[in-house]
Design a protein around this ligand. Structure first.
Ligand code: ATP
Ligand code: MG
Length: 165
């Protein structure tokens, strides 16, 4: 039986991805491993390993949402997971509602929600223990218009995320 490592995400369009990359380029040199540009995303709901037979039901939960914008306007170093993230100083009620609605449906399919509150964030680099003082981040306004189901795969070049639906 084959398992797929899955999560739901906000997946950037090309312009948003380019803006994230450009903003991050302004932070270099960084002490950790930058996330591959093609992998930059916002995790909405992490599922973990899922049987292939369940893919179709899950894919049906992905799709368009009424557009809204999140301003990723600050940097945070999360010391325990050692990730450098872009976050928002504003609450994101629309994103939170999407996450809640998704988890209601996932709950019925037997998936368990992480008890930690949802914090929209873009992981920019991993294995970051410290950053230079005075790092400047350029705000990235990200307009969300869909939720994607994404598969996390491991290739020779490292982890790679592939949007499925
Ligand atoms: P690696 O685990 O090899 O460092 P990764 O974390 O980039 O790679 P995955 O573990 O497949 O890749 O994670 C996919 C996405 O889901 C990432 O955004 C990751 O931060 C998030 N994620 C992973 N595990 C959890 C979890 N237990 N709860 C919430 N989000 C998670
Ligand atoms: Mg991981």
């Amino acid at each position: 039986m084959s398992e797929h490592r899955l999560f739901f995400a906000f997946w950037p369009d090309e312009a948003t991805r380019a803006a994230l990359e450009a903003a991050r380029a302004g932070l270099f040199p960084l002490s950790g491993r930058p996330v591959e540009p093609a992998n930059l995303h916002v995790t909405v709901a992490f599922l973990g390993g899922v049987e292939a037979s369940r893919l179709e039901r899950l894919a049906a939960l992905a799709g368009p949402v009424a557009p809204f914008t999140i301003a990723f306007d600050r940097l945070e170093l999360w010391r325990k997971p050692k990730v450098l993230t872009a976050t928002s100083s504003q609450p994101a009620p629309r994103a939170a509602a999407i996450v809640d609605g998704l988890w209601q449906r996932l709950d019925r399919l037997g998936f368990a929600r992480d008890p930690r509150p949802f914090v929209p964030h873009v992981t920019l680099a991993r294995d970051v223990r410290s950053v230079r003082p005075g790092l400047r981040w350029t705000t990235v306004a990200w307009t969300v218009d869909r939720v994607c189901l994404v598969e996390s795969t491991v290739a020779e070049a490292g982890v790679r995320y592939l949007p499925l639906a």
